[in-house]
Write a protein that binds this ligand. Structure first.
Ligand SMILES: *Cc1c(COP(=O)(O)O)cnc(C)c1O
Length: 388
C-alpha cells in the first residue's frame, strides 16, 4: 500500500500550535502547573436541565435509528421559534438545517458551491476552517484583513475587481473570534449590497451571539433587510450552552443555499443523533433561562482579567462579546515571542495572534475558559514578564 497523503493534505499550512504544544508537554513534564488560556472550549459543564433532557431522550428507541437528513422537524422548529424570539427573524423549515456542530457545515458548504478556481473571501485573523475548507474544495482563499482602525470589520471596497469577478462566497464571523469585535447594522447593510452587486453567497458564522456583556445583544446577519436573499447564518449550541462535545449546530437562511449544503451532507453523513437534537429543542426553548448565568460568569472573568492586565499597564480593552480578549503585545516584540515568553516565565498559555493568520501579528488571545481564581493567578504570574 501507499500511504502518501493527497496533495490536498500535503498543501495544508503547518499546524500553528506545534511549537506551543511541544513546550506545553515539556513544561508539564517538569511538573509545572500550567494555566491554559489558549483553548476556545468552555470549562463549565453543560447546564443540568439539558443533561436531564438528554438522559430522557436517549431511552427513546425511535432515536436509535438514522435521524432525518436535514435534522428532526422538532429541532428545526425550535430553531425557527428561537430566531423569531431572539432576533425577530422569520424562517421556514426549508430555510433550516441541523449540523453536526457548525464546523461541519462551514467546511461542507464549499463542496456545494465552490468550483476549482473560484475565490472564497476569508477574514484574517480568523477561524482557520474557512480558508482550509475552501482549498479542500479547490477554491482560492482571498484574505480580508481585520484591523483595529476599522473596528475589525473588513474593507469590502479594497477587493480588486479581478478578485471580485471570481468570488463565489464570503465568510464573516461576528461576534468575532479571535478579535472579539461585534458587527454593526450599517456594516451588515453594506455586506448585503456588496453580495447583491457581485453575486456572492454570504456565510455568516455566529456561534457567539449569546456570549455578550453589559446587556448589549449582538445582532444576527439575517436581521438585515435582504440578508436572507444573499446568504445563510451558521449557529451552534457549542458556546451558547457549553455543549462543544455534543456536536450540534445549524444553518439557516436562503433556501437554495441550505438545499445545496443538505445535498452534500446527505452524501457524506446522516445528521446529528436525534436524542441530541431533542436535548437541543429543550436548550433553545429555554435559552432565556439557561444563558444568563453563563454570561454572568464570563462577565466576572472578563472584568477580572481586563482589570488585572490594565494594572500591569498592558494596552487592553474589555471585549463587548465572546469569551476572548484580543490584546496587542508590547512594541518591541512579536506575537509568538511574547506568547513563548509568557509560557516560559509564568506557565500561562495564551495563543499568539499569528495562529489565526499573518494579520494576527502584534496580538495574543486569552480565552476566558478558566475560573476567576485561576485568571487572577495568571495575571499575577504574568506580572513577572513586566519586570523581565
Ligand atoms: C467555536 C467556533 C465555531 C463552532 O463550533 P462547533 O462546535 O463546530 O459548532 C465556529 N466558528 C467559530 C469562529 C468558533 O469559534
Amino acid at each position: 500500500m501507499n500511504p502518501k497523503l493527497s496533495k490536498r493534505v500535503q498543501s495544508l499550512p503547518p499546524y500553528p500550535f506545534a511549537d506551543l504544544d511541544r513546550k506545553k508537554v515539556e513544561l508539564r513534564k517538569q511538573g509545572k502547573d500550567l494555566i491554559d488560556l489558549s483553548i476556545g472550549d468552555p470549562d463549565i459543564p453543560t447546564p443540568q436541565p439539558i443533561i436531564a433532557a438528554m438522559q430522557k431522550a436517549v431511552t427513546n428507541a425511535e432515536y436509535h435509528r438514522y435521524p432525518p437528513y436535514s435534522g428532526t422537524v422538532a429541532f428545526r422548529e425550535s430553531v425557527i421559534r428561537w430566531y423569531k424570539r431572539r432576533f425577530g427573524v422569520s424562517l421556514t423549515l426549508e430555510e433550516t438545517l441541523a449540523l453536526i456542530g457548525s464546523k461541519e457545515g462551514i467546511a461542507n458548504i464549499h463542496y456545494a458551491f465552490v468550483n476549482p478556481g473560484d475565490v472564497v473571501l476569508c477574514p484574517t485573523p480568523g477561524y482557520p476552517v474557512y480558508s482550509v475548507a475552501a482549498q479542500f474544495a479547490g477554491g482560492e482563499p482571498y484574505f480580508l484583513p481585520l484591523r483595529h482602525d476599522r473596528a475589525f470589520l473588513p474593507d469590502l471596497n479594497s477587493i480588486p475587481d479581478s478578485v471580485l469577478k471570481r468570488a463565489k462566497l464570503l465568510h464573516l464571523n461576528y461576534p468575532n473570534n479571535p478579535t472579539a469585535a461585534v458587527a454593526t447594522e450599517a456594516f451588515f447593510k453594506e455586506v448585503v449590497a456588496f453580495a447583491q452587486k457581485h453575486n456572492i453567497i454570504v456565510c455568516h458564522d455566529a456561534p457567539y451571539t449569546e456570549i455578550y456583556f453589559d446587556n448589549k445583544k449582538p445582532i444576527s446577519f439575517l436581521q438585515t433587510p435582504g440578508a436572507k436573499e444573499v446568504g445563510i447564518e451558521f449557529h451552534s449550541l457549542s458556546k451558547t450552552f457549553n455543549m462543544t462535545g455534543w456536536r450540534l449546530g445549524f444553518a439557516c437562511g436562503h433556501k437554495d443555499v441550505i438545499a445545496g449544503l443538505a445535498k452534500i451532507k446527505t452524501n457524506v453523513d446522516s445528521g446529528p443523533f436525534a436524542a441530541i437534537q431533542e436535548a437541543g429543542v429543550f436548550s433553545l426553548d429555554h435559552e432565556e433561562g439557561l444563558t444568563p448565568s453563563i454570561r454572568k460568569e464570563y462577565q466576572v472573568r472578563r472584568d477580572t482579567l481586563v482589570t488585572a492586565l490594565k494594572k500591569l499597564n498592558f494596552e487592553v480593552t474589555a471585549p463587548p462579546a465572546t469569551f476572548y480578549i484580543w490584546m496587542s503585545v508590547p512594541k518591541n516584540t512579536t506575537a509568538t515571542a511574547f506568547a513563548a515568553a509568557i509560557l516560559e516565565k509564568s506557565s500561562v498559555v495564551v495563543t499568539p495572534g499569528t495562529a489565526f493568520g499573518k494579520a494576527g501579528e502584534g496580538y495574543i488571545r486569552f480565552a476566558l475558559t478558566a475560573s476567576v481564581e485561576r485568571l487572577k493567578e495568571a495575571a499575577e504570574r504574568i506580572s513577572i514578564i513586566r519586570s523581565w
